[in-house]
Write a protein that binds this ligand. Structure first.
Ligand SMILES: [Zn+2]
Length: 109
């Protein structure tokens, strides 16, 4: 089974695994938050295969998903808000620069 991901409920870009980021630009996209339908909240680094921090199947199985940075900006919501979109590019098959956004916590300053 290959890589998969879900798109962040705030910015619409996928959670990325470390190997899919651009150094010095969007490593912040590996840090995610997933709220499962039962209300469990998981935080951590995304591995590209569903695992977020210590939780298996946190991403890609119908959770509400955000980047940690985006979640912070939204005021850290903990309510399940429906399944986030499954990433069409699986968080892996995308062109250079497609997800090269700066950390929104910095750009807002
Ligand atoms: Zn985001």
């Amino acid at each position: 089974m290959g890589f998969f991901s879900q798109d962040c409920g705030r910015c619409g870009h996928p959670l990325l695994s470390p190997g899919a980021t651009t150094a010095g630009v969007n490593e912040w996209m590996t840090q995610g938050v997933a709220i499962d339908p039962e209300g469990g909240v998981h935080l951590g680094d995304y591995d590209g295969y569903g695992r977020l921090g210590g939780a298996e199947k946190a991403v890609g199985f119908g959770a509400t998903v955000f980047h940690r940075a985006c979640w912070d900006l939204l005021g850290k919501p903990v309510q399940f808000a429906g399944a986030s979109v499954d990433s069409e590019d699986q968080g892996w098959f995308f062109g250079d620069g497609e997800h090269d956004l700066p950390d929104p916590r910095r750009s807002r300053a």
